[in-house]
Design a protein around this ligand. Structure first.
Ligand code: F6P
Length: 558
């Protein structure tokens, strides 16, 4: 069969055979994951295996291509070896002329498989497949949750625990008169008394609004979705080292306005290429510790990992999703360079900080008749420089998207002098550079970090004009402090949306802002490329219209 439209994983479980039974299925359709489960008061394991397949197939539209993954030899053999077709032809009589056991379900299954193109896959007995394991867990929870063995008998009556299970006779004689009647009040689907669990980590550079997202995830999970949150400390390092704990409501109280992240973060740790903490040289080859991360997720019973991060962390999240971990991404970066969202949280706060700094630097520029250069962050994108430059009234804005020419900068400074403006403000992005050269880096060991272009520009101004020039590097000030109200709101909307996606069964998506709406995109799309300033775009046009120079000839922008 070519790629199926639906992958269905099923399992059944029984407390003794016959006994109270549960069944469950996980239905994967593209990036959508749905879990269903149910319970029968008095049944057999085989019947539960069948029930899981029947109920799951009922969920898919007729005509769908379906691959069913079951760990039941009973089911798979009956289907694959043509028994089911034979029985159907015989009017559901076995070779000995006896009615086939579970005839009602086989009939339904025959009808459902005729309607759909179904292929069966047997997964290794007591399955090693993560999604089949999940079904097993849900099926067992369904038994207990619907008042099954444990509640009724005050015993753990799971299969595999025969001593604790009172056994078939008990159920047949005392408590249950009919086979297969559903427990009073039990729901067919999603009998899940236990709180669900998601994991949460913050990765990459810190950024205002991280705590606001953590708070939104923890509060909406707890208040609205019966879900608890396990926080991994220090980004992916915590996931590998199992440095983690439950985050309760109290832990997120009062953090909305606080900068940084209560979980800690790291922009160096990669579970697939893992080095000891503080490794001096990041060119050293690391170890693949992703297996440890998977084990930790399993041990915590985490159904979905929520990763708050920029491009690097989201790429790692995507790699975990390829290993079968359901993941949801939340886009964070002051740089605003992620293409799948109009805005990342943290950007507005960084721009606000940079704007305030430019406002203050105006004082010295004016008083001393100097050219003041303000270097802002942003990596290879000029978003912070452009926004803060426009908001702070920068006379010259230099961005990586428009490699500049010193003679244009000098022309602008001289033009201002002629108009009686004996000072100028230059806002330069850390990734900006003169045409024909490349970005300026500071090197430490094997690590290269952008930085230094502000000083270079100030030096050149002093050489090329008779004015004094000074550079100020805003650096990590832009990542610190309290998030703006815009970022607090965006962070809250993102956090809530991530939990909502999880509860609706979506995974492997990143939440995003499109226009004024919160939406989501496939994670694999979200990690493609980066978003840069459009030199021909409306923002640049508006800045030019009010006399701002980009350090390039005007013709270059038309
Ligand atoms: O991506 C956010 C950012 O602040 C960039 O703007 C900057 O280039 C980089 O991180 C600095 O990283 P670090 O804190 O590791 O020096």
């Amino acid at each position: 069969m070519t790629k199926p439209e639906y992958d269905i994983y099923t399992d059944g479980a029984c407390s003794g055979n016959p006994g109270p039974g549960g069944w469950a299925a996980v239905i994967m359709h593209g990036d959508k994951k749905e879990e269903i489960s149910g319970y029968e008061k008095m049944t057999t394991n085989q019947r539960m295996e069948l029930q899981a397949a029947v109920e799951a197939l009922k969920q898919v539209p007729p005509g769908s291509k379906v691959r069913l993954h079951s760990d039941s030899a009973y089911l798979v053999n009956c289907f694959n070896q043509g028994w089911m077709t034979r029985w159907e032809k015989n009017g559901w009589l076995s070779a000995k002329g006896q009615p086939v056991e579970n005839k009602d379900l086989w009939e339904q299954l025959a009808e459902l498989t005729t309607k759909n193109k179904v292929e069966w896959i047997k997964v290794k007995g007591h399955s090693t497949d993560r999604l089949n394991q999940r079904c097993d867990q849900l099926a067992r929870e369904a038994i207990v949750g619907a008042g099954g063995a444990e509640n009724r008998e005050n015993k753990t009556g799971y299969a595999g625990n025969e001593e604790a299970c009172p056994g078939p006779d008990h159920y047949l004689s005392e408590n249950y008169s009919t086979m297969n009647d559903k427990a009073p009040g039990s729901k067919t689907f999603s009998v899940n008394p236990k709180k669900r669990r998601i994991g949460l980590l913050t990765g990459g550079g810190d950024c205002p609004g991280l705590n606001a997202v953590i708070r939104a995830v923890v509060k909406s999970a707890g208040y609205s979705y019966h879900t608890e949150v396990v926080g991994f400390n220090d980004g992916f390092r915590g996931l590998v080292e199992n440095n983690a704990g439950l985050i309760d409501d109290l832990a997120v109280s009062g953090i909305l306005a606080r900068g940084g992240t209560i979980l800690g973060t790291s922009n160096r740790d990669n579970p697939f290429d893992y080095r000891p903490s503080g490794s001096p040289d990041y060119r050293d080859t690391g170890l693949d510790r992703s297996g440890d991360a998977l084990k930790n997720l399993d041990n915590w019973g985490i159904e979905c990992l929520v990763v708050i991060g920029g491009d690097g962390s989201l790429l790692l999240a995507h790699r975990f999703s390829e290993l079968g971990v359901p993941v949801i991404g939340i886009p964070k970066t002051i740089d605003n360079d992620l293409p799948a969202t109009d805005v990342t949280f943290g950007f507005d706060s960084a721009v606000t900080t940079a704007t305030e700094a430019i406002d203050k630097i105006h004082t010295t520029a004016e008083s001393h008749h100097r050219v003041m250069v303000v270097e802002v962050m942003g990596r290879d994108a000029g978003w912070i420089a452009l926004h803060a430059g426009m908001a702070g009234g920068g006379d010259i804005i230099l961005i990586p998207e428009l490699p500049f020419d010193y003679s244009c900068i000098v022309d602008k400074i001289n033009e201002r002098n002629r108009w009686g403006k004996k000072f100028s403000i230059i806002v330069v992005a850390e990734g900006a550079y003169p045409a024909g050269t490349g970005p300026v880096y500071k090197t430490k060991g094997s690590m290269e970090r952008l930085g230094g272009i502000g000083e270079t520009v100030a030096r050149e101004i002093e050489i090329r004009t008779d004015m004094e020039s000074r550079a100020t590097v805003l650096g990590h000030l832009q990542r610190g402090g309290s998030p703006t109200s815009y970022d607090r709101i965006l962070a809250t909307r993102f956090g809530f949306k991530a939990v909502e996606l999880f509860s609706e069964g979506f995974c492997n998506r990143m939440v995003c802002l499109k226009g004024d709406k919160i939406d989501s995109v496939l994670l694999e799309k979200a990690v493609e490329g980066s978003k840069q300033v459009d030199p021909a775009g409306e923002l640049v046009k508006a800045a030019l219209a009010v006399g701002t120079s980009f350090g390039v000839p005007l013709e270059a922008l038309s």
